[in-house]
Ligand binder design. Structure first.
Ligand code: DGL
Length: 264
């Protein structure tokens, strides 16, 4: 049996990352775990998020023998990645480094914006990584917690969402950044209104797209064995599968055939 790539998130948002992974790596099998019983992660402490992440990683590794762990949740990536990398031998891919790598590769990168949950912003993980990779850049970081709920409501096109985006991104109104890192699983579905506010000159960096590049390189290099079968995706959740399937479609872009409930 070929070993799947494990992907986890606090809930449905990480499906934006899985969607990109499945698109870039059609020969791989994926096992997605959404910790819907304990969502949101964005408001919780480092200790709690680290404990949750370890419980999930243990489950995916011991019960399902995953060959690689993708931490799709930006909050867990920002708070728990170093600990996960220390504990496990399999490759662990987070969202911060792939996004920062993309920013570093841009021609224009004098001013960089980062948006994410309160936990992601509090961690300072993006600022720290950007300081190393693009030391001259002016970095502005903003927590945008309400955007998670607006995305889950499917309200990307509503005026209220445009208003909330305008409020959160007001520091950029007069001077849009060269790039804005969408440092949260939910923001890719809000790309249109965000781009509408900032204008075309700002590059929007999508963590799912960037992480898929990194995972692709690991799979085609020597980082891990390569899958060869038809794509197969299994979905696990820690709470009601019905809500996950319904709301998840907004993020995954298509129906999910079967969703199983698990206890960690
Ligand atoms: N998945 C989280 C993230 O990317 C957003 C939702 C939550 O707060 O759990 O940071």
């Amino acid at each position: 049996m070929e070993r799947p790539i494990g992907v986890f998130d606090s809930g449905v948002g990480g499906l934006t990352v899985l969607r990109e992974l499945a698109r870039v790596l059609p020969g791989e099998g994926f096992l997605y775990l959404g910790d819907t019983a304990r969502v949101p992660y964005g408001t919780k402490s480092t200790e709690t998020i680290t404990r949750y992440s370890i419980e999930i990683a243990n489950h995916l590794i011991t019960r399902h023998d995953i060959k690689m762990l993708v931490v799709a949740c930006n909050t867990a990536s920002s708070l728990a990645l170093p600990v996960l990398r220390k504990i496990y031998k399999i490759p662990v891919v987070g969202m911060v480094d792939p996004c920062v790598r993309r920013v570093a590769s841009l021609e224009k990168k004098a001013s960089i914006g980062v948006i994410g949950t309160t936990g992601t912003v509090r961690s300072g993980a993006y600022e720290q990584a950007l300081r190393q990779a693009v030391p001259k850049a002016r970095v502005t970081v903003r927590a945008c917690p309400l955007l998670v709920s607006l995305a889950e409501e499917g309200w990307a096109e509503k005026p209220v969402t445009r208003d909330v985006i305008a409020e959160y991104l007001s520091p950029f109104r007069k001077d849009p950044p060269d790039a804005l890192i969408l440092g949260c699983t939910h923001y890719p579905v809000l790309k249109k209104p965000i781009a509408g506010f900032l204008g075309e000159a700002t590059v929007l960096v999508d963590s799912g797209e960037e992480a898929a590049r990194v995972v692709g390189a690991l799979v085609s290099g020597n980082g891990t064995e390569k899958g060869t079968r038809a794509p197969h995706i299994r979905f696990l959740v820690t709470d009601d599968p019905e809500r996950f399937s319904r709301v998840g479609e907004i993020f995954f872009g298509r129906r999910m055939d079967s969703v199983e409930r698990v206890t960690l």
